[in-house]
Design a binder for this molecule. Structure first.
Ligand SMILES: Nc1ccc(Br)nc1
Length: 448
């Protein structure tokens, strides 16, 4: 019943509780349903991924922030029927407060921006990596937590903001050796649906809830989509207009549908031109069926998919100019994206691009005679102060075990503290790469 590492074996939700083991008094060693442990092997892979997220964010001049995983429930209570709010991991705490484990990072970002008041210099370019939660009731046994990388630009109303965010994503993809042959970034704008709804005099506030319904089109029958659109008050004609607008596959077609001066058309034309400038245009595909399932988007939206179409969205984002004002704050233009830690790992594994970061230390320090333990401790500490990673063997071990441990910890050097050599001020050093062994004066150990 040992849980296999999650990252390396996707979709393997931990084995059911082991009733036999528990009957013997062993606690349930599985993590809570829908959550993952990150043992050292998984944690190294996760660290590699997060280091890439961070490196790209810093290459774009973004600043890192963090907010609590626990938020006031009200931050996520929205009336647009989004899955993300229907699966809220919410509860009442011992103080009677209605709280929730955050399902996404953007509302927390908005809260933090508002907390800074008018003194926040704009534009603000912020990034964060945080665990997000959902309470999935279905028996599918899906995960209930994942980590998301977010980058957001606050205070820039123009398309250059969206283009810059996409450039960051593409840089990440290319750093992990993916290309436009592997990934397509579907791009559209909520202003397409807005323009259609205007034609049928549907109030603009419906764009969010209508988008939430349209976002489900890939997953539910068309009749159900039409039913839900009708429940939102759309006429049969308006629903037909919306569904037709999700079938546009090029900018030229969109221009023909909405007219050359339409804002969505102009903005998307600018986005594709900037994409040429950055050099990532071949990732982009205009697809008006891409609306994303978050109600608060107000403009450009995008999502990353594997070109083979086997996986769920790898990332998603867009413009959300009204979120701050819905929290009672001053309206500020915002754009951002969320990039999960799971689908990307599945894709990299499928492509044979997943690294397997090994545990490694610089020195394995071994005491050959317990009378020299204090001396060995001193050597280990000096090596560490000099910045070398040291695994100090803490008890008397046979050499067979020592050689095995040297492999396990990827030691570059074996440092043996033994009586005969010590009397001459020497320690025995074995270079693990060259297998060469020689006696080294203790004082010269550091700069070797
Ligand atoms: N929003 C959200 C949270 C957690 C997981 Br797993 N998926 C989506």
């Amino acid at each position: 019943f040992l849980q296999r590492s999650f990252y390396f074996r996707p979709g393997i939700i931990p084995a059911r509780r082991n009733m036999w083991a528990e009957s013997k008094g062993l606690i349930d060693v599985q993590p809570v349903r829908g959550t993952r442990d990150f043992g050292p092997e998984d944690y190294r892979l996760r660290q590699w991924l997060f280091d890439e997220f961070e490196a790209v964010s810093r290459l774009f001049g973004f600043e890192q922030f963090e907010t609590p995983v626990l938020e006031s429930e009200e931050l996520f209570v929205r009336k647009a029927g989004e899955e993300i709010t229907q699966q809220l991991y919410n509860f009442e705490d011992k103080g009677g407060r209605r709280v929730a484990l955050r399902p996404e990072l953007t509302p927390s970002l908005a809260r933090l921006v508002l907390a800074q008041g008018g003194k926040l210099p704009l534009p603000a370019k912020w990034f964060s990596i945080g665990q997000c939660w959902r309470y999935e009731r279905t028996t599918r046994g899906r995960r209930r937590e994942h980590f998301q990388w977010n980058m957001d630009i606050i205070g820039v109303s123009g398309i250059p903001a969206e283009a810059e965010l996409l450039a960051a994503i593409v840089l990440f993809l290319e750093r992990v050796k993916l290309s436009s042959e592997d990934i397509v970034i579907k791009v559209s704008s909520r202003k397409v649906l807005q323009a259609i709804l205007e034609r049928y005099s549907v109030p603009e506030e419906s764009v969010g809830p209508v988008s939430v319904v349209v976002d489900k089109m890939e997953k539910i029958p068309l009749e159900k989509v039409e039913e839900e659109l009708s429940a939102l008050g759309l006429s049969a004609e308006a629903s037909a207009g919306i569904i037709e607008a999700t079938r546009v596959g090029s900018l030229a077609e969109l221009e023909a549908l909405l007219g050359a001066g339409n804002e969505a058309v102009l903005e998307l034309q600018q986005l594709f031109s900037l994409a040429q400038g950055y050099g990532y245009a071949d990732y982009l595909q205009l697809d008006t069926s891409c609306v994303r399932g978050l109600a608060y988007y107000t403009g450009v939206v995008f999502e990353g998919r594997d070109r083979a179409g086997q996986l769920r969205a790898i990332f998603g984002g867009g413009r959300y100019d009204r979120l701050l004002s819905t929290f009672g704050g001053e309206q500020r233009p915002c754009a951002g994206f969320g990039f999960g830690d799971c689908v990307i790992v599945e894709l990299l594994r499928d492509k044979g691009l997943l690294p397997a970061p090994a545990h490694e230390v610089d020195d394995l320090v071994v005491v050959m005679d317990e009378s020299l333990r204090e001396q060995a401790a001193g050597i280990a500490q000096k090596l560490r102060v000099a910045g070398r990673r040291v695994d100090l063997v803490l008890e008397s071990k046979k050499m067979k075990w020592v050689f095995k441990q040297a492999e396990r910890c990827g030691a570059k050097r074996l440092v043996l503290v033994a009586p005969d050599e010590w009397e001459q001020g020497l320690v025995r050093v074995k270079d693990q790469a060259t297998r060469e062994e020689h006696n080294v004066p203790v004082g010269e150990l550091i700069d070797k």
